[in-house]
Design a protein. Structure first.
Lengths: 177, 174
């Protein structure tokens, strides 16, 4: 006899669904549009619902402006609001909670050289992302909004990934032989 | 000027709160799913795995669907939806630095795109993956985030002015 579909069964499927990247992709897309519909009166730009690079910029520069009384540039929505956009603080909290709940939080230290490389990497990625006006996520939102330059960004980004991956493969092969 | 569901007086208070809640939800699920944009292209290239890639491709489609839905519900908030159809198709949505020719914006998209993909894949994750890994306890990813934070101030103070002047100097001013 087949087992009756009960609440436990749906729970099981639901937990698989929320762990699928496509579920989060769909959620970010709809929530970004919802967030714009809700908040756009505070200021632009459009297609700005979620972006790691821009929202980090807004957070850091917005708080620096408040604390140190500087006037660093940031998006109008963050400049007009009482506090800048807080999505990145949210991401840090949400990911920390999830890692704690699922016992995946683990301190991983490295050497100074590793820290320096990652610091430089983060620094450079932010410069390039901001020159374009968004990280890969805002590029996706802008593409959905009808911005073809963002599609150019995504295509060249995929190309950059291919070059980087092949470079790493070659280096790994060299180390093996 | 675009108007949303909330009036400006309410929205300026709602901005930090709403974005914080969205961020918590996104961060939680990103940690569960290992969400990454550049990692998807790498996994497809190396192993023909589509799991991670599907997350990013779904985002593009879902954002279009989401904007379309709210364009029907609140058209005033989606002022420039269908951007490429209603303006010069090779210009970015409003918010980019003004006064440059379309060629400059294509350069701003193509070269940074390549470099973001290249650097992120060498470091093993796009900005959101690094942020999530920092929350999971990776010191290296935390330094990536600190690098982004330091870069924010330098970009606003120095680099953004440079890039616009550079484009004007090589003849891509409007």
């Amino acid at each position: 006899m087949p087992p009756e579909p009960g609440p436990q069964n749906t729970q099981f499927h639901f937990s698989h669904l929320v762990r699928h990247p496509a579920f989060l992709g769909a959620l970010i897309g709809v929530l970004a549009a919802f967030s714009q519909a809700l908040l756009i009166s505070a200021g632009g730009p459009e297609a700005y619902g979620f972006c790691v690079a821009c929202h980090t910029r807004d957070l850091v520069n917005g708080l620096t402006n408040i604390i140190a009384d500087t006037s660093l540039a940031l998006a109008p929505i963050s400049g007009n609001a009482i506090l800048p956009v807080m999505s990145i603080v949210g991401v840090l909290i949400g990911a920390f909670l999830s890692a704690k709940v699922h016992r995946e939080h683990k301190i991983k230290k490295a050497d100074t050289k590793g820290y320096a490389i990652y610091f430089l990497g983060g620094f450079l990625v932010l410069q390039f992302a901001m020159i374009f006006g968004g990280c890969p996520y805002r590029a996706a939102l802008r593409t959905g909004y009808g911005d073809l330059t963002a599609l150019v960004f995504i295509i060249t980004m995929a190309f950059g990934v291919v070059v980087g991956t092949l470079l790493m493969l070659k280096r790994a092969e060299k180390e093996e032989s | 000027m675009a108007t949303g569901i909330l009036t400006k007086e309410v929205a300026i208070y709602a901005v930090p709160l709403v974005t914080l809640l969205l961020g918590v939800l996104i961060g939680y699920l990103a940690q569960r799913s290992g969400y990454c944009s550049v990692g998807g292209f790498r996994d497809y290239l190396l192993f023909r795995h589509t799991r991670i890639l599907s997350g990013y491709l779904t985002l593009i489609v879902a954002s279009f669907a989401g904007y379309l839905l709210f364009w029907f519900l609140t058209p005033a908030a989606m002022e420039h939806f269908f951007w490429a159809l209603t303006s010069n198709p090779l210009s970015p949505v409003p918010g980019a630095p003004g006064g440059l020719a379309p060629a400059a914006y294509l350069i701003f998209a193509a070269i940074p795109g390549f470099l973001v993909g290249f650097i992120c894949i060498l470091l093993g994750g796009c900005p959101i993956r690094q942020t999530v890994m920092a929350s999971e306890g990776s010191y290296k990813a935390a330094f990536f985030f600190i690098g982004m934070a330091a870069g924010s101030i330098i970009f606003a103070a120095v680099v953004s002015g440079w890039t616009v002047s550079l484009m004007k100097a090589i003849g891509f001013g409007a």
